[in-house]
Design a protein around this ligand. Structure first.
Ligand code: C2E
Ligand code: MG
Ligand code: MG
Ligand code: MG
Length: 280
């Protein structure tokens, strides 16, 4: 357990160190203002079946900085997590996702789609996370089953009993869970079976080279078998070509997310894409 936590810290610092300390301090103070300045925006990327049909969408945050341009969430989410800003940003994302669902439902657009929202471990551990989620869903009158949360294996590094209990409460309430970036973390299989999950998401790093690297194909195949054995769904991330989709299908994975199917888009463009697809 301690060893796993140590490894995770190293991983975290690797990402964080890519941004120089001075720039980090600057980004942190600017990130603090980003919500107020309306520089943050939700993008939506489709989750698809083999025929390309939309099954739902993942919510991906974007930060449009006036000088730096688009700052990747891979850069600013770690900063938000470390500084505690993730609490405010995370609840804002959930709120905006619910708002979008309410608008789509009302206008009969993007009907019945489920939105999948990334939740950082620190955010999930927050004491008032559960009441906050419930209040937001109710305030916007959003059906509970329209929301899914994506957690990573880092959620399993500590306070596992608490995590399982909280997940069960939310699941009973109607919110689904996926385990994101699966295979890149350090979760033990004994924890995995205790989690009330809907699906595993095969990390992009195993999909990238699935055609050429037999080890990646073996790992993907193992995750697919594991999800089947545990009665879970499975979806592959980062599918960029038809050949990758076919390789995944041959291994038994029939749900996909990736540039081959659709790119992350702002809400209006996402709806336009969906309407376009329905015409064909
Ligand atoms: P993630 O949750 O694993 O999201 C999938 C990432 O893969 C996204 O990167 C998406 O744009 C990218 N992607 C999807 N398909 C392809 C593909 O075919 N090829 C390639 N090369 N990339 C693809 P993005 O949007 O840059 O987000 C990076 C990470 O930042 C996310 O990884 C997630 O961990 C985190 N993140 C994004 N939004 C939020 C948020 O609202 N809250 C939290 N806590 N984390 C977020
Ligand atoms: Mg995700
Ligand atoms: Mg992922
Ligand atoms: Mg990923």
């Amino acid at each position: 357990q301690a060893k796993a936590a140590g490894k995770n810290m190293i991983k975290f610092f690797d990402v964080a160190m890519q941004v120089k300390a001075s720039e980090r301090t600057r980004l942190e103070s600017e990130l603090r203002e980003a919500i107020k300045r309306q520089q943050l925006q939700l993008y939506f990327q489709g989750l698809h079946d083999g025929q390309g049909k939309l099954l739902g969408a993942e919510v991906l945050l974007r930060w449009f900085h006036p000088e730096l341009g688009t700052v990747s969430p891979a850069v600013f989410i770690p900063i938000a997590e470390e500084s505690g800003l993730i609490f405010e940003i995370g609840s804002w994302v959930i709120e905006q996702a619910c708002r979008q669902l309410a608008i789509w439902t009302e206008s009969k657009q993007a009907l019945q789609l489920k939105l999948s929202v990334n939740i950082s471990a620190r955010q999930f551990h927050q004491e008032n996370f559960l009441p906050q989620v419930i209040q937001t869903l109710e305030r916007y009158g959003v059906a509970r089953n329209r929301l899914q949360f994506e957690l990573t294996e880092s959620i399993l590094v500590s306070r596992v009993d608490e995590v399982v209990a909280k997940m069960n409460l939310l699941k009973n309430y109607g919110v689904a869970f996926a385990l994101d970036d699966f295979g890149t973390g350090y979760s033990s299989l004994s924890y995995l079976k205790r989690l009330p999950l809907e699906q595993l998401k095969i990390d992009r790093s195993f999909v990238d080279d699935i055609l050429n690297d037999p080890n990646d194909a073996a790992i993907a195949s193992t995750v697919i078998a594991l999800s089947e054995a545990l009665g879970l769904g499975v979806i592959a991330e980062g599918v960029e070509t038809a050949a990758q989709r076919d390789a995944l299908a041959a291994l038994g994975c029939y749900h996909y997310q990736g540039f081959y199917f659709s790119r992350p888009l702002p809400g209006q463009d996402f709806v336009a894409m969906q309407q376009q697809a329905q015409l064909h």
